[in-house]
Design a protein around this ligand. Structure first.
Ligand SMILES: Cc1cc2nc3c(=O)[nH]c(=O)nc-3n(C[C@H](O)[C@H](O)[C@H](O)COP(=O)(O)OP(=O)(O)OC[C@H]3O[C@@H](n4cnc5c(N)ncnc54)[C@H](O)[C@@H]3O)c2cc1C
Length: 427
């Protein structure tokens, strides 16, 4: 049996810049103003923002910097939250949804701005996302920032016979997420913040007016703790563990096939579809195709199963291309999985869960703008502007009910898939 996809080496690691040189646990001071647990985009962007605000902080990461979802995702960065617009409005009301949408757009702008800085060249951002629909009619009103593509214009980007129309926008972009995170970690280290890898926070105990973070080798004292453990946290995250479900999702990358892509998917945009349980894909700089899809709430597929699932899905959307790939013996070269933290309402928990203990997790499948957006608010709150977190207080805390919640998540995914198929057949 091939190894578990959750620990599989990714294309990003194969093509990544050198990892940052982080500190040894023994070199950490015994006490910090703020300790962040989790070295994904949420934790790293907060660490950097705190450095800018003059707050000294240490970050503890159980594995490698960006070894969780942040360094192994699709590499799409766009506006919005994992919860769709309607879902968000139903949850918090129209006015608060508008405020939260502006916050999410601030995260996108922050990413774009950083990406343009020296040291981030290997993040290689490329503008343009094409959202395609497999059902329905082209909308009559199109946001002026988007371009509606139908007929020959759509075919010039993608030859899939399944798509009815597409909407192209340059607001979002694609990039190499691992390289971005490594550059961001270097910036934070350069600014004097501490990062320690391969250390798991096993417990967070209240001690005096602050906290003791207990690891297997050392206890660190902190006035404030921020838990940014995404879909990888466990019982040590306390109440957060009862509010988030770890949901796995999958990516496969083909062997190089630039000529095949020129013929079947000429677009240089990142492509995603509008289905509730859809897929997304993009051409990589070395002529490979990155294809993301699927979720499982239980267990993790092994690498071979992910490869088969990706090949099958490509065949459904691009039957002619799948035929050409088969003839040329082009396969799925690398495949992997990652965990996302999901709340029942698809919105993250960003705020003070008890005095001095903060959470910043649950960005679901849309974290590349929302995690830094949350970090911007959190860094303000931790440097004297507690009201910066106010917009997040409207998000209700909903228990996930552990294994029962996982059953519900899996069932809901199947239900969405079935509805997608119905929508395609009926419209
Ligand atoms: C396959 C995949 C594709 C995706 N595609 C996209 C996309 O294209 N665009 C997009 O916007 N979003 C995408 N997402 C979602 C996005 O990657 C996440 O929302 C985002 O990375 C979450 O960031 P984070 O910092 O909260 O979590 P993570 O990046 O998962 O970081 C959490 C970290 O906490 C560490 N940790 C956990 N517990 C402890 C502990 N006790 N002690 C110390 N460290 C601990 C973990 O090791 C991990 O490194 C995708 C996700 C996956 C899995």
């Amino acid at each position: 049996m091939s190894p578990n996809a959750l620990t599989a080496t990714t294309w990003y690691e194969q093509t990544g810049i050198a990892p940052p040189e982080t500190a040894a646990l023994a070199d950490l001071s015994p006490a910090y103003d703020t300790v962040i647990i989790g070295g994904g985009l949420a934790g790293l962007s907060l660490l950097w923002r705190l450095a800018e605000a003059g707050v000294s902080a240490a970050l503890l990461e159980a594995g490698q910097v960006a070894g969780g979802a942040s360094g192994r995702n699709g590499g799409f960065c766009s506006a919005g939250w994992a919860a769709g617009d309607d879902q968000l409005e139903r949850l918090v009301g129209e006015d608060k949804a508008t405020v939260l949408d502006d916050i999410a757009s601030g995260g996108l702008a922050w990413m774009r701005e950083r990406m343009g800085r020296k040291g981030y060249e290997a993040a290689a951002p490329k503008d343009g996302i094409l959202t395609v629909s497999l059902s329905g009619r082209p909308p009559a009103d199109v946001d002026p920032a988007s371009r509606l593509l139908t007929g020959a214009e759509l075919k010039a980007e993608t030859t899939s016979p399944r798509y009815r129309y597409g909407l192209h926008s340059d607001a979002g972009f694609q990039f190499h997420p691992l390289n971005f995170m490594r550059a961001l970690a270097c910036d934070a280290l350069g600014a004097g913040q501490a990062i320690v890898e391969n250390v798991t926070a096993e417990r967070i105990d209240r001690r005096g007016s602050g906290f003791a973070i207990i690891t297997d080798r050392k206890t660190i004292q902190a006035d404030r703790v921020v838990v940014a453990t995404g879909g990888y946290g466990g019982r040590e995250t306390g109440r957060l563990a009862r509010l988030l479900l770890p949901i796995r999702t999958y990516i496969g990358v083909t062997d190089p096939m630039p000529d095949v892509l020129d013929e079947h998917i000429p677009t240089r945009f990142g492509v995603g579809d509008t289905r509730r349980a859809g897929n997304y894909y993009r051409r990589l700089p070395d002529g490979r195709l990155l294809w993301g899809l699927g979720i499982t709430a239980f267990g993790t597929l092994e690498i071979g199963a992910v490869r088969r699932m990706v090949a099958k899905d490509i065949g459904k959307i691009y039957p002619a291309m799948a035929g050409d790939m088969k003839k040329a013996r082009i396969g799925i070269d690398t495949a992997w999985a990652g965990n996302m933290g999901y709340a029942r309402h698809f919105m993250p928990y960003v705020g003070e869960i008890e005095p001095g203990l903060f959470t910043m997790a649950g960005f679901g499948g849309h974290g590349m703008n929302t995690a830094p957006a949350a970090a911007i608010a959190m860094s303000k709150a931790l440097s004297g502007e507690p009201e910066a977190l106010a917009p997040f207080t409207a998000i209700p805390k909903q228990a996930t009910f552990g294994p029962l919640g996982l059953v519900a998540a899996e069932a809901s995914y199947r239900w969405r898939q079935m509805n997608d198929r119905l929508a395609e057949a009926l419209t």
